[in-house]
Design a binder for this molecule. Structure first.
Ligand code: 5GP
Ligand code: MG
Ligand code: MG
Length: 184
């Protein structure tokens, strides 16, 4: 029997198996770049929390973990363009090698803002890792250093990504049936 969440899905875009394989590759690439450098993984809440947990275990670097909470969406499927910091990091990041971990790079507003924000706080380097990249909708000139999967211009959920705060705990990436968000 399909779960109540799965009944809302139109299709699966990235399977659990594909996620696992690709995240192992990303972990390997990060290990090669950052072994011996004590990087700081900085997850962008809430969407990155599942990816973050798997990514840090896939690369076994001596490192620490922080989270920043931002929002720009307000329950709609299109960005408002403004980025709010809802919860800031608690430690000094000057001189640190930052690995920003994002769920999806869409318009680029969030990552363009965060890159500037952490550069002015004195990060030694900033590396952007995004699980998903949706290049079709980019309005800011920002690129990720490492991308898990490039996705088409569809609103995706699962593996940390929400629609109106739900569906984050689906263990893979899928697309909702249009009737689920009709009327927005
Ligand atoms: P931006 O437009 O600033 O690049 O994207 C910011 C945030 O919008 C992402 O981190 C993510 O939380 C949300 N977002 C963008 N595209 C999607 C999508 O297809 N599905 C979901 N669930 N969130 C998205
Ligand atoms: Mg995000
Ligand atoms: Mg969201």
């Amino acid at each position: 029997m399909k779960s109540e969440m799965e009944q809302d899905l139109f299709k699966v875009l990235v399977t659990e198996e594909q996620l696992k394989r690709r995240i192992a590759e990303l972990g390997g690439a990060l290990y090669e770049r950052f072994a011996g450098k004590n990087p700081l993984f900085l997850g962008v809440l809430k969407g990155s929390f599942v990816f973050m947990a798997d990514l840090v275990r896939a690369c076994q670097l001596k490192s620490d973990v922080e989270f920043i909470a931002v929002s720009s969406y307000e329950n709609a499927t299109v960005s408002s363009g403004r980025v709010h910091i809802n919860h800031d990091i608690q430690q000094d990041i000057s001189g640190r090698h930052l690995i920003i971990v994002e769920d999806i790079l869409d318009s680029g507003n969030t990552l363009a803002f965060l890159k500037d924000y952490f550069l002015t706080k004195g990060a030694a380097s900033i590396t952007i890792v995004t699980l998903l990249d949706k290049p079709a909708r980019r309005t800011k000139a920002v690129t990720a250093d490492l991308v898990g999967f490039t996705v088409p211009d569809e609103f995706v959920v699962g593996y940390g990504l929400d629609y109106a705060q739900a569906y984050r705990n689906i263990p893979y990436i899928g697309v909702l049936k249009p009737e689920v968000y009709a009327g927005q």
